[in-house]
Design a protein around this ligand. Sequence first.
Ligand SMILES: [Zn+2]
Length: 90
Amino acid sequence: MPALTELSPDEVFRLLGEEEDTLLGEQTEVDRVFEGLSCPSCNGRMVPTVDTENPFKEGQNTPNQLGRCLSCGAVYDPMTGRLVTRPDFL
Ligand SMILES: [Zn+2]
């Protein structure tokens, strides 16, 4: 059985440099959604977290992300405003 050899970062970037980047555009859109997003329950800072129940949509290259509040723990779908997980204080 052959031993595994890791590619150096330079080798990885050289190989990927010829491929179309299908992730950066989608992730940039997600990042824009979360910029300045505040919690509807407590106005705390929201950070993206992967939607583990529905991780991918067909044709989507980046995982679905929900917003988790760093203050109260509430989780919202930033696209629809749907509350996924109640805040800690309820
Ligand atoms: Zn909150």
